[in-house]
Design a binder for this molecule. Structure first.
Ligand code: UGA
Length: 445
């Protein structure tokens, strides 16, 4: 089938590439000419495991093309996806500017019946708005073209996006049009093997499903972080508690890892946006608001542990901290709402210096913290330790999992590790003569 995607960010690029991979004929459109030129040269603008070779192979096979020409894109696709960003605006609402712009462009160019599919994460009611914008444009042109607007939210995770897209748990199709549903079923047929993954529902339920999924996952994390803080108070080890509850299948093992707080471009934004949507229809989301408040507090927790170790904030002046991991999670270079940013800024405010290392987030970090004389971005994990007084681990990249603790003992002047992702066994670190602080590990108090 022929499909067009507007937006070559994580969602648009990964979806377009996976659709091409199963044999569809795909055109990706973006207003950013630099990005499109790079993509046509086989260079992808993000770090996402497995994506680059897939883009290159499908591009070479002629099934995946990139253009800035919106009219060309629209004349190509019998299905046109909107997969542009919805960044938060100043009030915590999702900013729909780009979605509306694409809807306008679609209305200005379609000449034959088209299924418009919204893949961007958008508040409930956006499909109606997109429909109205397209209808308005058609009216201005004085033409009558049939079109449907479908909600088809995306559930891919950064760092595992290709896998999520090729092997989806479920494919949500929100539409009341049998023709549109039929077309999407054909498009997604190759991903729908072995058992039925396509779930058809009304548009608003589909839009809400996306927010509910992210809000539920964020809730699990904040809940676990709250339990971790209680564990710290009462002298329990949350890692034991995690294993104790995860084995109950009703609770499950996923997303119950306590840590330095959740970040990224989705959870923080989506929890806030859902709360705002509810507020607009006069419902106060007390649970979601608490999820966000707990996360905000949790992002400062690693710094609080550091202050606790040194006695007071003043004692941090002139100290040097090695920081391992900057990206909001492993296998990405994404620094959006990363917990590391809170820690770095708190350390700098306290007069400390930072030597940091992240396997992938070098450029994205430099784009935020340029030319700071109290910050060194290192090439290797060990280089970050040179001249450091203590180590803080913020992102759980695999390569940080088993360091040589006796070497760390010799390197870190104050012999202390602040483990923001509970990567290490306290006893093992302490046996090497290093003070250990984890999240929710009462033993370490
Ligand atoms: C999230 C969802 O997991 C995807 O299903 C969704 O499609 C995506 O948002 C989206 O809306 O586009 P993502 O933001 O890539 O995906 O990252 P996650 O892997 O969900 O991690 C989010 C944050 O939670 C990270 O900072 C991670 O470190 C933290 N986390 C995760 C924890 O602190 N504890 C956990 O147990 C799990």
């Amino acid at each position: 089938m022929r499909a067009t995607l507007f937006g070559t960010g994580y969602v648009g690029l990964v979806t377009g590439t996976c659709l091409a991979e199963v044999g569809h004929d795909i055109v990706c459109v973006d207003v950013d000419a630099g990005k499109i030129a790079k993509l046509n040269d086989g260079v992808i603008p993000i770090y996402e495991p497995g994506l680059q070779p897939m883009v290159q192979a499908n591009h070479a096979a002629g099934r995946l093309r990139f253009t800035t020409d919106a009219a060309e894109g629209i004349s190509h696709g019998e299905i046109v996806f909107i997969a542009v960003g919805t960044p938060p605006d100043g009030d915590g609402d999702a900013d729909l500017r780009y979605v509306v712009e694409v809807a306008r462009t679609i209305g200005a160019h379609i000449t034959r019946p088209t299924v418009v599919v919204n893949k961007s994460t958008v508040p409930v009611g956006t499909a109606d708005r997109v429909r109205a914008v397209i209808a308005d444009e058609l009216q201005k042109r004085g033409v009558d073209v049939a079109f449907d607007v479908v909600s088809n939210p995306e559930f891919l995770k950064e760092g595992d996006a290709v896998n999520d897209c090729m092997r989806p748990d479920r494919i949500i199709v929100g539409s009341d049009s049998p023709t549109a549903v039929e077309r999407l079923k054909r498009l997604y047929g190759p991903f729908n093997r072995n058992h039925e993954r396509i779930l058809v529902m009304d548009v608003r339920s589909a839009e809400l499903t996306k927010y509910a999924a992210n809000a539920m996952l964020a809730t699990k994390i904040s809940f676990m972080n709250e339990i971790a803080n209680v564990a710290e108070c009462v002298g329990a080890d949350v890692e034991m508690v995690r294993q104790g509850i995860g084995s109950d299948p009703r609770i499950g093992w996923h997303f119950i890892y306590p840590g330095a707080g959740y970040g990224g471009s989705c959870f923080p934004k989506d929890v806030r946006a859902l709360s705002r949507t509810a507020f607009k229809c006069e419902y106060r989301t007390e649970l979601l608001d608490a999820v966000e408040a707990v996360n905000e507090r949790q992002k400062s927790h690693l710094f609080e542990l550091i202050v606790r170790h040194y006695g007071d904030v003043e004692a941090l002046r002139g100290k040097t901290f090695a920081v391992w991991g900057l990206a909001f999670k492993p296998n990405t270079d994404d620094m959006r709402e990363a917990s590391s940013r809170r820690l770095l800024e708190q350390l700098w405010r306290a007069g400390a210096r930072v030597r940091a290392f992240d396997p992938e987030a070098r450029e994205t970090t430099e784009a935020i913290y340029r030319d700071r004389e109290d910050f060194v971005l290192c090439e290797h994990a060990n280089e970050a330790l040179e001249g450091a007084d203590a180590l803080a681990v913020v992102t759980e990249w695999k390569q940080f999992r088993s360091p040589d603790f006796s070497r760390l003992r010799g390197t870190l002047a104050d012999a202390a590790i602040f483990d923001g992702r509970n990567l290490y066994h306290p006893a093992e670190v302490e046996a090497a003569g290093i003070a250990y602080y984890g999240i929710g590990r009462g033993r370490s108090l």
